[in-house]
Design a protein around this ligand. Structure first.
Ligand code: ZN
Length: 426
């Protein structure tokens, strides 16, 4: 560890010495001992303080995106123009029907032919005040009702329950359970007589929305010291914990770079992140796609920090995805069966007050995102007591990698102590 770790600190102008780093390593190994022992029990432990797994990230279907699409689609395809008719099916207009009625009325009355009279009256009555053939209005309304059913449906295939909800709206349209949802909607639209060439381009985005994407990534759970140094080394992002203080243009200048040591040296903080699928050799040197600090009591309480770089990727709930991955790994380390059904009989419980984090004592120079972002949360293994009081300690006093001294305090903008910074800049 010493060389590589020191080289990285030197590269980013943080004073250090082999003795200083040895002291840091001692504290690290002591405090992270229990977590490292747990990690070793995981089948994907790589011997380098990391658990490395291939995972698939489903991009969930976004309900709001689907709703927006349907609303926009209805606007885009000129429903009224296509479906509202100004003639009867035989081609007669309102005026023709009216004239016919007027013309034939005396004859009908004279003949006392009530059947015919009713017929003429009915045709005449079939138009509204705007000359629109009334059955076409109900046809249009039925179409809109049918299409709107899809606003709230986010499954990639049609379920029988969903089809049942339609009642008779589907009459005459070949839509069956198991059919792709996008195919079903397309069939409906075509059944109503829309022009395929006009509608197709407006319809295409729906297929992408309703069919979830699968993305393969490498997922890493790490207490590798370099992962703390590079915890904010993102592929498109950076954060205040970056150790690169000359981070041009990104807006982050490592104001909390001291926080990397704070997390590294405590006994609860774990770096979890995803990187590209093929990067498994030295994950700690790869650009992180998502990073999420986890704070674990090495038992049944897990505190989830803020997800970087963003909370939501479309509708993908990164917090849930990353939390579930970590929860599963904890179960594997502890030899507990992992059940995640979302039906309430799960291994892990997310209590209703899980966003209230009032059981943490914070030390050291890291940014307390768990106190500042409401997306952070805690969960527990079923049967575990709720954390109370000063249940969990997050962070550790600054330790200077140059002189090896543990400090009462140090500016969170620096890693080395003030004395060493002055001495080495002379
Ligand atoms: Zn020092």
């Amino acid at each position: 560890m010493e060389n590589k770790f020191g080289d990285i600190l030197t590269k980013y102008h943080h004073p250090n010495t082999p003795e200083g780093i040895r002291k840091v390593k001692e504290i690290f190994l002591h405090n992270k001992h229990d977590i490292i022992e747990s990690m070793k029990k995981h089948p994907c432990y790589n011997g380098n303080y990391q658990i490395v797994q291939k995972v698939e990230f489903d991009r969930d279907v976004s309900r709001s995106a689907v709703m927006c699409f349907i609303d926009q689609f209805i606007d885009d395809i000129n429903v009224d123009k296509v479906l509202l008719k100004k003639t009867t099916p035989s081609g007669k207009t309102f005026k023709q029907c009216r004239d016919e009625a007027i013309q034939n009325l005396p004859k009908m009355v004279k003949a006392d032919d009530l059947t015919k009279l009713q017929k003429i009256d009915t045709d005449f009555d079939m138009f509204d005040g705007n000359g629109i053939y009334k059955p076409s209005i109900s046809n249009r309304n039925k179409f809109i009702r049918t299409i709107n059913m899809f606003r709230g449906y986010t499954e990639p295939t049609m379920s029988q329950e969903f089809i049942n909800e339609f009642g008779n709206l589907f009459e005459g349209i070949n839509v069956v359970a198991g059919m792709k949802t996008s195919k079903a909607l397309w069939r409906i639209v075509m059944q109503y007589g829309f022009d395929e060439k006009v509608v197709q381009p407006k319809f295409t985005p729906y297929g992408d929305l309703i069919n979830p994407l699968r993305r393969k990534l490498t997922y890493v759970i790490s207490v590798n010291p370099i992962d703390y140094l590079f915890m904010s080394n993102g592929n498109t992002w950076s954060s205040c914990h970056t150790i690169n203080k000359t981070n041009g243009g990104s807006g982050y200048h490592g104001a909390y770079c001291g926080g990397t040591f704070s997390y590294m040296l405590d006994s609860t903080s774990i770096v979890t992140y995803t990187i590209a699928e093929d990067e498994t050799e030295h994950p700690e040197l790869c650009k992180k796609i998502y990073r999420n600090m986890m704070h674990w009591d090495n038992d049944g309480i897990l505190l989830q920090g803020r997800v970087y770089p963003q909370a939501k990727d479309g509708a993908l709930d990164l917090y849930a995805k990353l939390r579930h991955l970590m929860q599963k790994a904890v179960c594997e380390m502890k030899g507990i069966e992992y059940i995640n059904t979302h039906r309430g009989n799960d291994t892990w419980i997310k209590p209703s007050n899980s966003h209230r984090i009032n059981f943490v004592v914070s030390k050291g120079n890291h940014y307390r995102d768990y106190n500042n972002f409401s997306d952070c949360n805690w969960t527990k293994i079923r049967g575990h007591n709720d954390p109370t009081g000063n249940y969990m300690i997050i962070g550790y006093n600054p330790v200077c990698p140059c002189c090896g001294e543990e400090l009462e305090s140090n500016s969170h903008e620096f890693i080395a102590c003030g004395r060493c910074r002055i001495r080495t800049s002379l």
